[in-house]
Design a protein around this ligand. Structure first.
Ligand code: ZN
Length: 317
């Protein structure tokens, strides 16, 4: 059996796992990133975590085909370099070269949103489909496009940034410099922003009551739970959220016509309440109604997607 190591490199934690060629995690662990430290120290800790896992599982380095790393930011896949990752304070960091000083086997690196798409395609709800799109609804909106079973990374290596697809001309300012990007309307941050401003204006709302007026405690779950409970203010926010999410999903369907769209990230934990609303809304806006259209599912991999997808990078190559 071929084995791989998958590394989920985040701004807060580094997760790693030993994964079989079907995408099953056999063993996993985690260390904190300590992102403000020199990159050599962070990568030494990453190598230490992998060595610990090998030891725990009784594996030799020669049992492992390759290490795959999912990293935030833009990636030079050929050189194994993280070109820029804001939440790690990284610019032109030679991750592959540095990690191979500790573990001399093949190393692959890919953007974390693409990695999530690979994970869904190999071991998640997009398994068995050649063309799929995974949208991660978290602090921002990440996306991974899989075409003919392979991640689509574009001509300049920066695809797919569906979170910065403009869905409202001259809309809300995005930190990418443009206005009206999908993630300004469809991320967990959008729900929090709208939840805060609505609670401030409506102290009678369930959102306000849930946090005892401490608006900084509002998160996406509180807003969605209040909508589930039938609170009118929260339902207005939720309906508007679904509206904008639908606009983005319809754009994706009209552009790519994938077999499956997987919804992952923190917001996807809202479950069927979210999924039913998305499906109903999207179905109203499908252009080629008779031809059939993408099935929309919620991701079931949760936090493991980062490790699984990274481990499958060598397989996808
Ligand atoms: Zn943007």
């Amino acid at each position: 059996m071929k084995l791989y190591v998958g590394v989920d490199l985040g701004g807060t934690n580094i997760g790693a796992g030993i994964v079989d060629d079907k995408g099953n995690i056999l063993l996993k662990g985690e260390v904190s990133t300590g992102a403000s430290r020199p990159f050599q120290e962070i990568i030494a800790d990453m190598a230490g975590l992998i060595k610990d896992l090998l030891k725990k599982g009784g594996y030799a380095l020669s049992d492992i085909e390759a290490i795959g790393i999912g990293s935030p930011g833009s990636i030079d896949r050929e050189r194994g370099v993280v070109v820029k990752a804001n939440n790690l304070y990284w610019k032109d960091i030679p991750v592959k070269e540095e990690l191979q000083k500790h573990l001399n086997i093949p190393v692959y690196i890919e953007n974390d949103a693409n990695v999530a798409g690979i994970a869904e395609s190999v071991a998640g709800v997009c398994k068995g489909f050649e063309n799929s799109v995974t949208i991660t609804l978290g602090t921002g909106v990440g996306s991974g496009i899989i075409i003919d079973g392979k991640p689509y990374t574009g001509s300049h290596g920066v695809a797919a940034e569906l979170g910065h697809m403009i869905i409202v001309v001259d809309g809300i300012q995005c930190n990418c410099g443009n206005r009206g990007c999908f993630e300004e309307y469809a991320s967990a941050s959008a729900l929090i922003r709208d939840g805060k401003s609505a609670a401030k204006e409506n102290p009678d709302s369930l959102i306000y009551k849930e946090v005892d007026g401490d608006l900084d405690k509002i998160d996406a779950r509180i807003v969605i739970d209040a909508a589930k409970a039938g609170d009118e203010i929260a339902l207005n926010i939720f309906d508007s959220y679904i509206h904008y999410l639908t606009v983005g999903i319809i754009n994706i369907i009209n552009l790519l016509d994938p077999s499956v769209i997987a919804i992952s990230g923190g917001v996807s934990r809202a479950g069927d309440f979210l999924l039913d609303a998305i499906r109903e809304s999207v179905s109203k806006h499908i252009f080629y109604k008779d031809a059939g259209s993408a099935n929309i599912y919620l991701s079931e991999l949760g936090n493991d997607a980062g490790i699984i997808g990274a481990a499958m990078l060598a397989r996808a190559d």
